[in-house]
Design a protein around this ligand. Structure first.
Ligand code: GLY
Ligand code: MN
Ligand code: MN
Length: 483
């Protein structure tokens, strides 16, 4: 909720109050990334590298959308995590051994004022040291000669990439750059030169990203906060005969109006039968009286994702069947959330939610058998379809192994952030299921942080309990009726 609303207009007092309000409520001010946080991450990353190693990180490429339009540019998350740089065509080098103190070196495109008149101002090699906290910065075309110079100084060897024994590479999925880089590298190796080992740096970066630092959390909290507020707006926007895109606009629009520059993934706004399609993205159907509406939407704020789902009755009242399914899913989510604390294996969340859902479905006669046996054989997945938890961070599905090499689940630690998202889906014509249950799809999803002694649900400000959900949907209808 915005904490302050201004009613005073056209008066000096009003202007003064406005100034005071914006100073007193920094909550609404856009968050700015903290350069010190990126410097600390680089230091930590370099400390993990073995002696005689070097890391090269590449930005994401620009991607073509149509004949004359590119997709809005979005930086590669691993590159961003260590550099804080949002622009394209940048190569970053980390040199933990650097005797000259130039541990963080950037290679960028030189500025081009004519191009900038169309595409906006860039940071060039001359500005990059001050703007990005680099120790040195050069033009991209000088990459090989400058790197050779560094190697000469560091390892007393002459030549590009001659000296370091291990190269940690994160290519930003820039295939054109990687092809060129690889060609040069293979040529070096054919002369027995260059680092003998190339390691995918992303494994290390993903391990770092798994435990959120204070900077991560500032942005993750804001992403969850504005998205939860957006879910309230969406609940208030739904009504019989409303189009799915109208509900989507209420939520996504709220996020954009509060500083999100993108949604974290294509918003899922499904009514009736579409509640049973996990990644339904069309938003083109008209919701009907008596149906459910499933809304899986989260903002991306300052590059950070959130992932939230709410399900609600289009007319403001759950039918008995909808309510029965909803309460199973809600109880499963609450039970799973209640066990979250450091030391718990991550897969206990899945086990807890799965068992609760299986028990509920057996009780309703929608699944047959012993719930624990069903879960063991994945029998519950007939109606629950998917797992209930994934890491969240810069990626909506942050990449990091959920199990160790021994096959055992990773144990929860403070700073981990993940979803808890049980769901039950009963599409029309589900074999052996009474038609009264058809087209009921329910998912309840929140983004949760592991704290020192438990958990903090970042998105639970969005109503979840039956009475709160119904009240919120009805409050929108009342508002519309009163207009
Ligand atoms: N929004 C995609 C997911 O829930 O994983
Ligand atoms: Mn999810
Ligand atoms: Mn989701």
């Amino acid at each position: 909720m915005r904490k302050f609303e201004i009613g005073v207009r056209r008066s000096i007092l009003g202007v003064l109050l406005l100034a005071a309000a914006s100073a007193a409520f920094p909550l609404d001010a856009p968050l700015k990334p903290d350069p010190a946080a990126f410097a600390a991450r680089r230091q930590k990353f370099m400390a993990m590298l073995p002696p005689k190693s070097i890391a090269i990180l590449r930005s994401a490429p620009v991607r073509v959308m149509t004949n004359d339009v590119d997709y809005p540019y979005r930086q590669d998350n691993d590159f961003y995590y260590l550099t804080g740089i949002a622009e394209d065509d940048v190569t970053a080098v980390l040199r933990p051994d650097a005797p000259d103190g130039k541990k963080y070196v950037l290679f960028l495109r030189p500025r081009d004022l004519r191009r900038e008149a169309w595409a906006g101002v860039r940071v060039g090699p001359d500005e990059a040291v001050a703007a990005y906290g680099a120790d040195a910065a050069f033009a991209l075309k000088d990459f090989e000669t400058k790197m050779a110079e560094f190697d000469r100084n560091t390892y007393k060897m002459s030549g590009y990439l001659i000296g370091p024994e291990k190269l940690y590479l994160s290519d930003g999925h820039d295939t054109a750059w990687t092809t060129e880089f690889d060609k040069n590298y293979q040529q070096m190796r054919s002369h027995d030169e260059g680092p003998a080992a190339v390691v995918d740096a992303r494994g290390l970066i993903h391990e770092m990203r798994l435990i959120k630092d204070a900077e991560d959390l500032r942005f993750l909290r804001r992403a969850a906060e504005i998205s939860a507020q957006g879910h309230v707006r969406a609940m208030q926007a739904v009504a019989p005969e409303k189009w799915e895109f109208e509900v989507q606009a209420a939520l996504d629009g709220w996020c954009y109006a509060n500083g999100a520059r993108r949604m974290a993934y294509p918003s899922i706004d499904g009514s009736g039968p579409n509640t049973c399609i996990l990644h339904y993205e069309d938003s083109t159907r008209q919701a009907k009286d008596g149906e459910l509406f499933l809304n899986d939407s989260g903002a991306e704020y300052g590059m950070y994702a959130t992932d939230i789902t709410r399900t609600y009755p289009v007319n403001g009242r759950f039918s008995p069947e909808q309510k029965a399914i909803y309460e199973i899913v809600l109880e499963a989510q609450k039970k799973a959330m209640a066990i979250v604390k450091p030391g718990i294996p991550h897969d206990e969340i899945e086990k807890t939610a799965a068992l609760a859902q299986a028990e509920g479905l057996v009780k309703l006669g929608l699944l047959q058998g012993d719930p624990a046996t069903l879960v063991k054989g994945m029998g519950h997945r007939k109606l629950t379809l998917h797992g209930v938890s994934h890491w969240v961070g810069l990626d909506v599905h942050d990449q990091c192994p959920y199990r160790g090499a021994d096959g055992k689940s990773r144990v929860l630690e403070p700073g981990m952030v993940f979803t808890i998202e049980p769901g039950i889906y009963i599409p029309a014509n589900t074999p052996g299921v009474d038609p009264k249950w058809w087209n009921i799809g329910v998912r309840i999803e929140d983004t949760v942080l592991v704290t020192k002694d438990g958990s903090d649900c970042l998105s639970c400000a969005a109503p979840r309990d039956v009475a709160d959900v119904e009240k919120t949907v009805q409050s929108g209808k009342n508002r519309i009726a009163a207009q």
